[in-house]
Structure formats: C-alpha cells, structure tokens
Design a protein around this ligand. Structure first.
Ligand SMILES: C[S@@+](CC[C@H](N)C(=O)[O-])C[C@H]1O[C@@H](n2cnc3c(N)ncnc32)[C@H](O)[C@@H]1O
Length: 399
C-alpha cells in the first residue's frame, strides 16, 4: 500500500478510460491564458495542462516554481516485440510518445524542455529528472550545459525488476534520478535531518531500494489493463518531495502521465502543475488526484532543522539566570567539571575558554560540542546545557 492509502484513503482508484474515443489533444494555444506575474495566484495551481509541455511551460511566469520533477520519454529504441520464454508478449514501452528519429532529435527536445523548466524555476529551485541508461547520460550532460548544478544522482534500485528475458545482458534493476539545483549558487531545499530521522538516525544514502508500482496503486482500466506503461511508485515521489520541498511549494511535472506527482503533492500539502499531452492519461490523472484526501498537516510538516535554529550564545543562559556565574558544570558521568564565569566562559584551572574549548580540553580531544557535553546540577538530577538552550529558543520563538 502506498503512502496515499494510509489513514484516510483506503480504496484503490479504478480509472474508466478507453483508448477508443480518446479526447482530442488540446493545442497549447487553447490553454487558459496565464497572467505574467510571479504571484502564486497567477499560476495554474493544481491543474493539468493538456498539450505539449514546452509550449505550456513557456506560458508560465518566470521564477515561479520551487521544484521540477520530470519523468521524460526515455527514448528506449525498442526494435520488434519482446517475448518471455513462454512466448507471451511483454508489455514494453513502445508508445509513440517515446519515439524519436535520432539522438539529435532527442537532444533538441531535451534541451528545449530543460531550458523551459530552468526559466520558471525560482533562483533557489531545483530539478529532479528520472531516466535509464538509454537517456540519463544525455539528459545529464545537457542540464549541465544549461547551467544546472548537479547535487546527486540517486539510484532507484528496484525490489522487483523485470528479468532480462533474452539472457543477453544483466537484469536492468535500477533507474537513475539526477537532482540538480537551478544554478551553482542556489540555496536549494534539503531536509537532511528529517531524512536521517526516518532512516534510523543514519544519513540517507543515494541508493534507494523501492518496489515498482504494482497492486492497488497501479491504475487499471475497465478491462484490467494498465492505464500507463510507466506509472512511477508513490513512495519514490514522496521521498523526493519530503527531502527537497516544503509544504505549500509549487512542483512542476512536465510529463505528468497518470499524475503520480500530483497525487503525492496533494497528499503532502504541496501544489502541483502538470503537463501531459495525452488526454487519456490526463483524465486518468485528474480522477486519481480527485480521489486523494490530503494527509493531516502534522503528518508532513517539516521539522525545523538544527542548522536553521537561531544561534544562542552561552552567555545568554547566564544573562537569563538559567545558569549562575560561579556554578559548576559537569559531564554526564561527573568525571570532569568546570566553573561558569560571569562573561559566559568556563574556567578549568588555569585555562579559560568557551564551553566547547574547555570541554575539548577536559577530555584531551581536538573538539567538543559543549552544549551536549556539559550539564548543571538541578533538583531532579543533571540537566544538559542543550536543554536550557532550548528554553531560550522557545522564548525567542514565542517573541
Ligand atoms: C515516462 S511517462 C511519465 C509517467 C508518470 N511519471 C507517471 O507516474 O504516470 C512520460 C509522459 O510524458 C508524456 N509526454 C511525452 N512528450 C510530451 C510532451 N512533449 N509534452 C507533454 N507530455 C509529454 C507522455 O504522454 C507520457 O505520459
């Protein structure tokens, strides 16, 4: 069960679409006009723009989007039918939207949509693009040429990859995501501590082990066939959004397909703008997103990171009367102690210095975080200086 089916939403969405009588593609010129302003109200928030993404994005105001997630055509270049050992046909991606006559044509297309996305990204915005060995190297080189700044490449290792039926190559068990900031100086969003907290307090690594989109999450039509050949798992999009965006952010997906980006954005309190040239996929995406109930805000609110918390000098604790000049600090096992001085330094006779320097000196170490090393005696037992610093921060937040 995906992230969107916890708590409030339980039933899988079954999409009634038919490849016959598919809606005509809406030409970009018929898209609703978008006012040229960078205010969010001027954006087609939480809408699917049916048509070519390059034309649609060119109509958006510059510097108006926080994050782009793009799952572009992979240009798989499949030749002929792919069959299993029992001769059954593999449901491979052989759709027209994935076909390009040459690498040059694919590169020109890639350059055009990446340039359009870069124009609408805010200066501190970032882009994620997912691909396979067929296209990701071309995409990566073009995005560097355009001025994007590579942050990571993520390997999405598939828990249940499709076997290599012909046995002529390794099983293709991963896809690659490039995460790039709009430019070298962009102050991009990254929720390092939240990711670490959800990973048993270990840094989140760049190899992600997640299953393909299957089961209830996979959209099926009335006859039980997949609505879209490359629907991405919600867990993948959730990890991208939780790590690299904030609630309320605007996330643009130029290749919306069945709207996985929109569904996860809605659940996690983000806005989306989706572009999809195929009216059937767009309609399936709209129905899917309509059925999503957003999670309660406390389930996705971003916890403040330690780095973003205001700096508090140790002297402030003395000035606020939370610790007293002349009082002793000690470590957890009471092996070391030092005297607090009125100017916010510590005395470890004969040395005088900051809580960090004196903590390091006491232990014979090159460095020490004095906030998490030193304690003061209080009626209930030892109290960490970091806890007292928290009281000052709480007062600052209230003010
Ligand atoms: C790889 S799929 C995206 C699947 C999507 N991430 C999902 O989870 O359903 C790429 C999609 O881009 C669409 N597409 C291809 N070229 C396009 C273009 N120039 N403008 C808009 N959409 C396009 C295709 O119709 C296809 O649905």
């Amino acid at each position: 069960m995906g992230i969107l089916r916890t708590g409030t939403t339980s039933a899988a969405v079954r999409i009634q679409v038919s490849r016959t009588g598919r809606p005509a593609l809406q030409s970009p010129s018929k898209l609703p006009p978008i006012k040229a302003a960078s205010l969010p109200e001027a954006l087609p928030l939480d809408q699917i723009l049916v048509g070519d993404c390059i034309a649609a994005i060119e109509r958006l105001p510059a510097a108006s989007v926080d994050l782009v997630f793009a799952d572009p055509p992979y240009n798989l270049q499949l030749g002929g039918d792919l069959r299993r050992p029992d001769d059954s046909l593999v449901d491979a991606v052989d759709d027209d939207w994935d076909k390009f006559s040459s690498f040059a044509e694919y590169d020109a297309f890639t350059r055009a949509w990446l340039a359009a996305c870069r124009r609408v990204l805010k200066p501190d915005g970032a882009l994620w693009v997912i691909g396979s060995y067929h296209n990701i190297f071309r995409v990566g080189s073009i995005l560097q040429d355009l001025g994007f700044w590579m942050l990571n490449d993520i390997v999405w290792r598939k828990a249940n990859p499709m076997p290599n039926f012909r046995g002529r190559r390794f099983t293709n068990a991963h896809e690659t995501l490039i995460w790039a900031a709009r430019g070298e100086s962009s102050k991009y969003t990254f929720h390092y501590e939240a990711l670490k907290g959800g990973n048993d307090d270990l840094q989140m690594r760049s190899d992600w082990y997640l299953p393909l989109c299957t089961g209830d999450e996979r959209l099926k039509d009335g006859s039980g066939a997949k609505v879209h050949p490359t629907q991405k798992p919600e867990a993948l999009l959730a990890r991208v959004m939780l790590s690299a965006s904030n609630p309320g952010d605007v996330i643009l997906d130029p290749f919306f397909g069945t709207g996985t980006t929109g569904a996860v954005a809605k659940a996690l309190g983000r806005h989306f703008i989706g572009c999809e040239r195929d009216g059937v996929y767009a309609e399936a995406a709209r129905k899917r997103i309509d059925a999503i109930t957003p999670l309660p805000p406390e389930a996705f609110a971003t916890a403040p990171s330690k780095r973003s918390e205001p700096r508090v000098p140790f002297l402030s604790l003395v000035e606020a009367g939370l610790v007293k000049a002349g009082e002793r600090v000690t470590d957890e096992k009471r092996r070391h102690s030092a005297i607090i001085r009125a100017d916010g330094t510590l005395l470890l006779d004969p040395a005088v210095g900051s809580i960090h320097k004196v903590g390091a000196l006491a232990q014979g170490l090159p460095s020490c975080n004095g906030w998490t090393f030193w304690h003061v005696e209080r009626p209930g037992g030892l109290m960490l200086l970091d806890t007292l610093r928290g009281e000052i921060r709480a007062q600052m937040a209230a003010a």
